[in-house]
Write a protein that binds this ligand. Structure first.
Ligand code: MN
Length: 335
């Protein structure tokens, strides 16, 4: 599937890279985005000896792109809404919100809206047309497994289990550690950790190299912090049905915390807020069993928020910090 499309797109990529000096990779800070970025860096180093600028994005690609000085920009596992230019190459598998006029976009949904293929699998297949990527198959497999797209990426998974039998025993640990990217401000540490292990020659070094060991330490800190916040919130939720709670953590743990709470308290309305280490933005996570409530709130909130996303029972969005009091007031009245 897509062999011709992979090949055509690989030619565009190679041609653009050849004519660029300063390359930036903007990637979604989750396991799939980080794996995709690591694969692209490996290719750039191997073939061109070029090391790109790495910028991780957390629903804020457009905001990050404002400051870009790169003459070639890759956007992986995400898509800019405002920026559209012929020096932007997008590889993504999320719903296409706006078809770009100038940017180069590879998204399987263009061809078939029922296809589900992880971005790391797409990047692997495209780059594999240019150089042999097989040694890096385990990196693609992390993204594939984390995004649950095993069905459409069987070949890469099979290759991984054949080439790296050690992968099977550590895959959950790898996915968990790579997913720490979701909780930290700068996920390039995850990408670098993957590349370091690739250079040594085995995924089993993940957690032992400079970057990945640091990541392991951060991961433990995050787990502790989640536990502490959960204990605090459980006390509050025992007596209240609607809660707006602001976490003061430098890690983005609001989504994990609210997911766990919504399982323990499925009938309560829970809003968890946190800025992580972002100076301007506040992230809010809503959990409620009342679909209508969420829908109503979201319709009303559209003009106030920077970014909004999710499904019926779980909604996440971001606002600029100065709007926080207004939003809290709004919720207090609406709940
Ligand atoms: Mn993805």
């Amino acid at each position: 599937m897509f062999q011709k499309e992979f090949e055509d797109f690989s030619k565009i990529i190679e041609d653009k890279i050849k004519n660029s000096k300063n390359i930036g990779i903007y990637f979604d800070s989750d396991a799939d985005g980080c794996s995709a970025a690591a694969l692209l860096v490996i290719y750039l180093l191997k073939k061109f000896n070029k090391y790109p600028v790495l910028v991780s994005c957390y629903h804020d690609v457009d905001n990050k792109l404002i400051d870009s000085t790169n003459d070639l920009i890759f956007v992986l596992d995400a898509q800019p809404k405002k920026f559209d230019s012929d020096n932007i190459i997008i590889i993504d598998h999320h719903l296409i919100q706006k078809t770009p006029k100038k940017s180069f976009l590879f998204n399987p949904l263009i061809h078939d809206k029922n296809l589900y293929i992880a971005t790391s699998c797409l990047v692997y297949n495209i780059l594999d047309k240019l150089i042999d990527m097989s040694k890096a198959c385990w990196i693609a497999s992390i993204g594939i497994k984390a995004d649950k797209s095993e069905e459409s990426c069987e070949n890469i998974l099979k290759l991984t289990y054949d080439m790296y039998p050690e992968f099977k025993d550590i895959e959950n640990k790898l996915i968990n550690l790579t997913s720490t990217s979701r909780n930290i401000q700068d996920a390039s540490i995850v990408v670098n950790g993957l590349i370091e292990c690739y250079n040594i020659g085995s995924p089993s070094f993940f957690g032992k190299t400079v970057s990945s060991a640091k990541l392991l330490k951060i991961n433990k800190e995050i787990e502790k912090e989640i536990e502490k916040v959960l204990t605090d919130l459980e006390k509050i939720l025992e007596t209240k049905n609607n809660v707006i709670y602001k976490i003061n953590s430098r890690f983005n743990i609001q989504s994990i915390v609210s997911n766990k709470l919504s399982i323990i308290y499925p009938s309560k309305n829970i809003i968890v807020c946190n800025s992580g280490s972002n100076k301007k933005i506040m992230y809010l996570e809503l959990r409620s069993k009342e679909d209508e409530l969420l829908e109503r709130l979201c319709v009303r909130l559209k003009d106030l928020v920077e970014d909004i996303g999710g499904h019926k029972k779980a909604f996440g969005f971001s606002i600029t910090k100065e709007k926080f009091p207004e939003i809290v007031n709004y919720f207090k009245n609406a709940l």
